[in-house]
Design a protein around this ligand. Structure first.
Ligand SMILES: *Cc1c(COP(=O)(O)O)cnc(C)c1O
Length: 469
């Protein structure tokens, strides 16, 4: 008889393991069924290991100990939050995969205030009658954009879909070929049109579209003209596009609505913050656009949502579309959005209070100081053979806002060695309690310090680094 089969016979049963004293606190913390599932999994693993591996001579208590230790470790991992904070040192500030804009404290407080209780979400406290959830934010959106009315949905993709489906169902929408965008995550304008049950009528060429191209395409089937912000690219050179003002005049002549998907949609002029010129929502409305749509979590720096603003009669139609019900915002997002919009009424404090803008407008000198602090910290935590240096780099705004614009920043560059490759090092930083996400460029690991406003979180997290290398 070999040790393998005796170990197999010594394997404890699920019942035996579930009745052990040390199992009881696990059952209380995680629920009995979860513990049973994990015990079964670990018993199976151990059985496979015994059958495949070298002779294992162990008695029942030793085997039980192994199974229960592994069960404990796995349950702890399984029940720790899946969605967790990370430190974004990628250099892409509004990183879609990393959750875009961090919220200002005012928004966090507002969310917490309404999360745990009943609210007046759709209830008018003055009259006791039913209210409209968008009333909590509509007047702020109107004040900040100059629009007559506004409504909100889950994100800007939903906003575009809802607007098109409401205003152009089974009809044609005229768009310039130079604006048929694809942005990440399978948002393609032609596909969105199809899903909204409208027909895309492309006009012009990739680089040039003229007013007469739009005019010639208008027929009885036309429901709207649309402009789309070319968020993630720019056409340079021999190019021509038609301004919203000119399109607005044309639309008036034919009594058609002009829709403008602004993408990021800034509420303020970003030039004073060194961020180039992005057309603001107010400018679009002033130019005669009937309906604008934009994201809440791009340059606006707030929660994920889509904002639709413009003519009151059109907003009323949009609100009545049954699709709106499937896209509406919850109380938490509305609370956050209300708080963020309010910050915009005091633009002079915005760069201090709104994290997205604060980080994007940070002065290079202050970023260099953060980089120097991070470098010092890394030198005490990384193996001595791994070298670091301070380098200039370019941050990107991200999320398709101002695509060709980069802003000067400073990074800590970690140069790998034979035994510590850039991928290996990046993996160790991702395993930290608060994972630190960098970027690999030219085989080195770069940490752009623009988003690193305070060293405290990273300092605490970095204590574990040596153990992970
Ligand atoms: C980002 C973007 C969208 C999609 O917005 P989400 O809020 O990410 O859904 C739509 N249109 C344009 C032009 C964009 O830039």
């Amino acid at each position: 008889m070999n040790g393998g089969s005796s170990a197999l016979r010594a394997l404890p049963s699920v019942d035996y393991l579930m009745n052990l004293e040390r199992t009881q606190p696990m059952a209380v913390s995680y629920g009995r069924d979860s513990v049973i599932d994990e015990v079964k999994k670990q018993l199976n693993n151990l059985r496979t290991e015994i059958l495949a591996g070298p002779v294992l001579d162990a008695n029942r208590d030793q085997l039980a100990d192994r199974v229960m230790s592994q069960t404990q470790t796995e349950l702890l991992r399984l029940f720790s939050p899946s969605l967790q904070p990370v430190i974004n040192l990628t250099g892409v500030i509004l990183h879609t995969n990393l959750g875009r804009a961090p919220y200002p404290q005012e928004a966090i407080d507002a969310m917490v205030r309404v999360a745990g209780s009943a609210t007046n979400l759709e209830y008018q406290l003055a009259t006791g009658k039913r209210g409209r959830r968008d009333d909590h934010v509509e007047h702020w959106i109107c004040r900040l954009t100059g629009a007559e009315a506004a409504t909100t949905v889950n994100n800007n993709a939903a906003a575009v879909l809802l607007v098109l489906n409401t205003l152009a169902k089974k009809k044609e929408v005229i768009v310039s070929r130079g604006e048929l965008i694809e942005i990440g995550g399978s948002f393609r304008m032609p596909a969105i049109m199809k899903k909204a049950s409208c027909k895309l009528r492309e006009v012009g060429t990739t680089n040039r579209t003229h007013l007469k191209d739009y005019r010639q395409a208008i027929t009885k089937k036309t429901a709207a003209l649309m402009k789309v912000h070319t968020s993630n690219y720019e056409i340079k050179g021999f190019n021509q596009s038609v301004t919203a003002q000119d399109l607005a005049v044309l639309c008036k002549e034919f009594d058609l609505p002009l829709i403008d998907d602004l993408g990021s949609g800034s509420l303020i002029d970003l030039a004073p913050y060194g961020l180039g010129t992005e057309r603001t929502a107010r400018e679009a409305i002033n130019e005669g656009v009937d309906i604008i749509t934009f994201s809440g979590d791009k340059l606006l720096g707030g929660p994920q949502c889509g904002i639709i603003a413009g003519k009151k009669s059109l907003i009323e139609q949009i609100d009545k579309n049954p699709m709106k019900r499937a896209m509406r915002l919850d109380k938490i997002t509305l609370a956050a959005l209300e708080a963020v919009l309010k910050l915009y009424t005091q633009p002079e404090q915005l760069a201090e209070k709104l994290p997205a803008l604060r980080v994007l407008s940070r002065l290079p000198e202050s970023i260099r100081e953060s980089a120097q602090q991070l470098q010092k910290l890394l030198q005490t935590k990384l193996p001595s053979e791994v070298t670091t240096s301070i380098e200039t780099c370019q941050s990107q705004i991200g999320s398709g806002a101002l695509p060709t614009r980069t802003i000067k920043s400073f990074a800590v560059k970690v140069t790998p060695t034979q035994s510590y490759s850039a991928e290996y090092l990046a993996g160790a930083f991702r395993k930290l309690g608060v994972p630190v996400i960098g970027r690999i460029k030219n085989d080195c690991l770069w940490f752009d310090c623009r988003s690193l406003e305070s060293g405290e979180a990273i300092k605490a997290s970095m204590q574990q680094l040596p153990a992970l290398l």
